[in-house]
Design a protein around this ligand. Structure first.
Ligand SMILES: [Zn+2]
Length: 443
């Protein structure tokens, strides 16, 4: 067992009310193996009280630092590390001119492996310890990312992009032998699930890019796999952009809405994560709630591509799950601090009822415990628990330096409350504030 002494930030267990952060100025976090040999939190609280319970445990001291849960990124594209910051007039031209040509490079295992190494290092440098990630339509891209994540003991979920129409031919799922591209993509998906899902800390996500780039046969096959493997994730995009919505409505006129298309193909359930979820009506919101699907809110991407804004009032009124995501490379930063700040802006100006002020604790929760709950990784029904430091949670955490820059040091020194401290970090923080990222390791 190992103890870590520092200021500690974590979240109270959900009680139906607003998320509540807990803070201990001089705290002790004790980490040790559980029955399966995974490193989990054994105890957390005031230094004096916890140290008295664990007198033999060696303690590493981080004076002036804050230990907090590792961040959870609900939606990011690892093949887009070189697409970040590319100018485009909107989503569809951005895909065509930058993203699709870049993704083609991932048919090369060497390129995929190099990109995966960079990508995971960048996540960890920014304090992100769990990510639901898009790969490309090449199995090589999935294998490379999961192999690298396994070597780093990271909790990573990804999957083969399903795309059998309406994209450049070189990126469509390719057939082999007598199998069509569609059939092969479904067969590959199942093989990848069997190879990777549940191995160490890895998970698989059935990944239709979005409804317009899949045929009915591919979406139907994906839905069958989702039913056969109920604890596998599903990830896709929905209702990001008005042109995209019009296109999806043309292609699937029998569905009540763009979102309902996914439901019609069996792709909405617990652990189904849809990026964006911007242009929804209340029937869509109720469908999210009733199926247990969750939204990956991606504010820097939505601002960058001019897509619109996630409606917090609507989501909370109807009551469905959501959490934060960088959506790199449509998103502009790996940093959870930048994403939380962009979320705050979206709350202020992007709502049907303007002037919403998302609290610092709520912003932070959306990128940690809230995101984990939305992913089905909050310990319910025997699932692993991440994004928090309650006893039993996997010991993924970050060590933050609130003095990382002169302005941050000056501002955080004046904080009179937890909200003031967290908001200073959200507004002024970035990768410089993340001094260390510690990943839970099996013994
Ligand atoms: Zn995306």
């Amino acid at each position: 067992m190992q103890g870590y002494r520092a200021s500690l930030l974590w979240f109270a267990p959900p009680d139906g009310g607003a998320p509540r952060a807990l803070f201990e100025e001089d705290g002790l976090l004790v980490v040790g193996p559980d029955a399966q040999g995974r490193q989990v939190v054994q105890a957390i609280g005031a230094f004096g009280a916890v140290a008295a319970q664990y007198p033999q445990v060696p303690v590493q001291h981080f004076p002036g630092r804050i230990i907090a849960p590792g961040f959870v990124d609900m939606h990011i594209h690892y093949p887009q590390i070189d697409v970040i910051g590319s100018p485009a007039s909107g989503l569809l031209p951005w895909l065509e001119n930058y993203t699709f040509p870049e993704e083609n490079r991932f048919s090369e295992p060497t390129h995929s492996a190099q990109a995966a190494t960079f990508f995971i290092a960048e996540l960890l440098r920014n304090g992100v310890t769990t990510a639901l990630t898009f790969a490309t339509s090449h199995t090589e891209s999935v294998n490379a990312l999961l192999a690298e994540a396994q070597a780093r003991h990271m909790r990573m979920i990804t999957g083969l992009v399903l795309m059998d129409r309406h994209a450049p031919t070189y990126l469509l799922n390719q057939g082999q032998g007598s199998l069509s591209g569609t059939e092969q993509s479904l067969r590959d998906t199942e093989s990848l699930i069997q190879r990777w899902h549940g191995v160490d800390r890895l998970g698989y996500a059935i990944t239709p890019r979005f409804a317009p780039t899949s045929t009915d046969a591919q979406l139907g096959g994906a839905g069958e796999l989702a039913a056969r493997y109920p604890d596998v994730w599903i990830q896709s995009h929905v209702a990001e952009n008005k042109d995209e919505i019009a296109w999806a409505r043309d292609l699937f006129p029998g569905s009540r809405s763009y979102l309902a298309t996914y439901d019609d193909f069996g792709l909405m359930r617990q652990r189904a994560i849809y990026a964006h979820c911007i242009h929804f009506d209340d029937d869509d919101r109720a469908l999210m709630r009733d199926t247990g699907a969750a939204a990956a809110v991606s504010p820097t991407s939505n601002l960058f591509l001019g897509s619109g804004f996630f409606d917090y009032e609507g989501a909370d009124r109807v009551g469905y799950r959501y959490g934060l995501a960088s959506d790199v490379g449509g998103g502009t930063s790996f940093s959870p601090f930048h994403t939380m700040l962009a979320t705050y802006y979206v709350g202020r100006e992007g709502q049907t009822k303007p002037g919403l002020s998302l609290s610092p604790q709520h912003l932070w929760w959306q990128h940690t415990a809230g995101a984990a709950a939305a992913l089905g990784l909050a310990g319910e029904n025997g699932a692993p628990s991440v994004g928090n430091l309650l006893p039993g949670c996997e010991a993924d955490f970050i060590v933050l330096n609130p003095q990382a820059t002169p302005l941050l040091a000056r501002k955080t020194a004046r904080a009179n409350s937890l909200d003031e401290l967290l908001f200073s970090l959200i507004v002024l923080g970035d990768d410089r504030a993340v001094e260390q990222t510690v990943i839970s390791q099996a013994l």
